[in-house]
Design a protein. Structure first.
Length: 290
């Protein structure tokens, strides 16, 4: 398992292309491109012709750097607030699936619908049904591409559903498509009080994408592993990485690093990320296990 990273770790003020170049120099090979990073900057505002040209340029850059996009994170989430909003979001995500496919991404990471602030007057069953309907439509669209869809575990202070692995599996069972899997966000799981190693095991073969980040209860920090002192941390990274190895997770582990507002100098981010990649990769490989 390689340790990879999200491209917006420098902030979206740095273009996607320049972020890829910098991460390549630091030794990263596996990436997640967030949709908000693809959409940021002047290049994103160009027309259809320029979009096709840009896709070609980014694919060439990735190939030249021997890098790959394992995950593309959709900037659009499912909606369960109304049928019109549900359809609107599905259509946007279909376009995102096509973009992810053109970038040779293996997985599209997606949030389901059911936010407290959007669905206060919607029943639990209606939320479930709307998400299942949307995922079925997206799975059908994805059949024409190599892209799989990974629904991410969320946090219960924001979302009504999708915060437990069992809830994600219920949706996947309802849709009944090999195109749908799970993205395990270790930080979200920890904030919501899940046992992260057990969550990995519970996902089983449905686990096709990851967000590797350290949190503490009540705070979605998006910090890299080992960022908190052991006496303050509620995450045992040695157990977490051991479980990924024991379950033979076959894909890169993608780190989520907080800096997407770009408040830190780029050279400082480089100085931080390079030793972090080496340290975390060794931990992933079990080199510090007793």
């Amino acid at each position: 398992m390689n340790f990879g990273i999200v491209t917006d770790c420098y902030g979206v003020v740095l273009s996607l292309e320049d972020s890829i170049r910098r991460l390549n120099k630091l030794g990263f090979h596996d990436l997640e491109i967030p949709g908000w990073h693809w959409n940021a900057g002047e290049k994103a505002s160009s027309g259809t012709g320029r979009k096709a040209e840009r896709i070609k340029e980014v694919c060439k850059l990735l190939n030249d750097c021997a890098m790959r996009v394992h995950q593309y994170h959709s900037a659009h989430a499912l909606s369960a607030a109304s049928e019109s909003l549900r359809m609107e979001q599905v259509n946007r995500i279909k376009e995102t699936i096509d973009l992810a496919s053109e970038l040779s991404a293996a997985v599209l990471v997606l949030h389901i619908g059911g936010r407290h602030d959007m669905c206060a007057n919607v029943t639990d069953q209606a939320i479930f049904d709307a998400n299942a309907k949307s995922l079925a439509e997206l799975a059908q669209h994805a059949k024409n591409t190599p892209v799989k869809i990974a629904i991410e575990n969320l946090m219960s202070d924001v979302y009504r559903q999708g915060c437990r692995i069992s809830e994600l599996k219920d949706l996947i069972r309802e849709v009944n498509s090999e195109k749908i899997g799970i993205c395990l966000d270790t930080g979200h799981a920890n904030v919501d009080g899940l046992d992260v190693p057990e969550a990995i095991r519970e996902c089983g073969s449905l686990l096709i994408a990851t967000h590797i980040q350290e949190t503490c209860p009540g705070n979605d920090l998006h910090a890299l592993p080992f960022s908190l002192r052991r006496v303050k941390s509620t995450m045992n990274w040695f157990d977490i990485f051991r479980t990924f190895r024991e379950t033979q997770y076959p894909f890169p582990l993608i780190g989520e690093c907080a800096n997407n507002t770009g408040e830190l100098p780029f050279d400082l981010v480089d100085r931080y990320l390079e030793p972090q990649r080496l340290l975390i990769q060794d931990a992933v490989d079990g080199k510090f296990d007793k």
